[in-house]
Design a protein around this ligand. Structure first.
Ligand code: ADP
Length: 363
């Protein structure tokens, strides 16, 4: 059977285990020899026990667990050609020419580069006698398929990334808890949520919790935001509300690109309205805990589709990323999605907010 390996890279997210499980089982079902690569690219570079053959039961009882049981890491070595040379050697020695990478845009970019370099890496391994001629010929092509695991939902091309839905659940639970205590003491709470440069988590949880104000990086407020916000908070209190909730995305900025922090927002509320104001920074709680049903099923579907894509790949096939389009798992050209994701970041850096929102697409 074909040699296939799966690994998780970059930041972890809930649902990655469901994806790993689906990849392993689908690939075994289709007759592949399947491997885990532990600790992301670091495990691929280091080889040894980090690359372990998987069987049907080695992915039992992991679907309900958060994070990734095979570990994830950021890896400097893989950014250097010498690191990628070791990685290629480790894969060839085990007959692995199909890779499923579950990670963010950085991990996917690395995988694509690796695929483009594969031929030259193998040539170098042959000239330095680390592999032989038979191996050079037998493992001449590397196929890769990506899946995006991230709570941020910051990747262009997919409606949802694996982990986002679970993070939304976690944030909603926290806001509901805060609301009950805020009510008792008539307090104002400022909740800082994750998302890096993507305001998706903040925006969706603000809508779902009937928050009074939200700050997201894609839509920086006008310079007079402090006045507008205070007016809105006061209006709610006058109408009989006993509390106010403000959601601040960790990447929130103003129109000059300067950060808007929870601390700044608090100062505005305290100075102008003298409300009893508290900050809650949710932090890594958002990335932990059990995956939601949605993320488990998303991981399953994407994992299965990724293996199908690899089995159908030819040396000419472009590397793809498995995405969710509507309610359908689809394959999209990997680098096009990565480029578009980078274009969003650039548009935001250039203060072209409307372009950024437009490029981001449906998600
Ligand atoms: P994410 O995948 O979540 O975006 P990173 O950007 O940190 O996270 O990437 C994860 C890992 O992927 C890096 O530590 C590195 O090993 C690898 N990687 C990222 N970008 C590249 C690149 N341009 N070339 C080679 N490897 C890369």
């Amino acid at each position: 059977g074909k040699g296939l390996a799966v690994f998780t890279s970059g930041g972890d997210s809930q649902g990655m285990n469901a994806a790993v499980r689906a990849v392993v089982r689908m690939a075994i079902y289709l007759g592949c020899k399947v491997f885990f690569i532990k600790e992301g690219y670091q495990g691929m570079v280091d080889g040894g026990d980090n690359i372990e053959e998987a069987n049907w039961s080695s992915v039992s009882s992991i679907i309900h667990k958060g994070g990734t049981v095979i570990g994830s890491a950021r890896c400097m070595d893989f950014k250097e050609r010498t690191g990628r040379l070791s990685a290629a050697c480790n894969l060839v020695k085990r007959g692995i020419t199909n890779l499923v990478v579950i990670g963010g845009d950085g991990s996917l970019t690395g995988a694509n580069l690796f695929r483009q370099e594969w031929s030259s890496l193998l040539d170098e391994l042959l000239t330095t006698s680390r592999i032989n001629k038979t191996e050079r010929e037998k493992y001449a092509h590397l196929n890769i398929v990506g899946m995006v695991g991230s709570i941020d939902n910051d990747f262009c091309g997919t409606d949802m990334t694996i982990g986002t839905d679970s993070a939304l659940h976690r944030i909603m639970d926290a806001i509901d808890a805060i609301v009950s205590t805020a009510y008792s003491h008539q307090r104002t709470f400022i909740m800082e949520v994750m998302g890096r440069h993507c305001g998706y988590l903040a925006l969706v949880t603000a809508l779902a919790s009937e928050a009074d104000f939200v700050f997201i990086p894609e839509w920086p407020p006008q310079q007079d935001w402090a006045t507008k916000m205070c007016k809105k908070l006061l209006q709610e209190r006058t109408a009989g509300q006993r509390l106010n909730i403000i959601i601040v995305s960790e990447g929130a900025i103003d129109r000059n690109g300067q950060p808007i922090t929870a601390e700044m927002v608090k100062q505005v509320v305290v100075d102008n309205l003298k409300q009893d104001t508290r900050i809650t920074v949710l932090g890594h709680v958002q990335r932990g805990g059990a995956p939601s049903a949605f993320d488990r099923v998303l991981g399953c579907r994407m994992g299965a589709e990724a293996v199908m894509a690899l089995m159908e790949a030819t040396p000419e096939t472009e590397a793809c990323v498995v995405s969710l389009d509507g309610n359908q798992a689809v394959r999209l050209p990997l680098m096009e999605c990565v480029e578009k994701t980078k274009a969003v970041a650039k548009a935001m850096a250039d203060k072209q907010w409307e372009l950024a929102v437009q490029l981001r697409g449906r998600s």
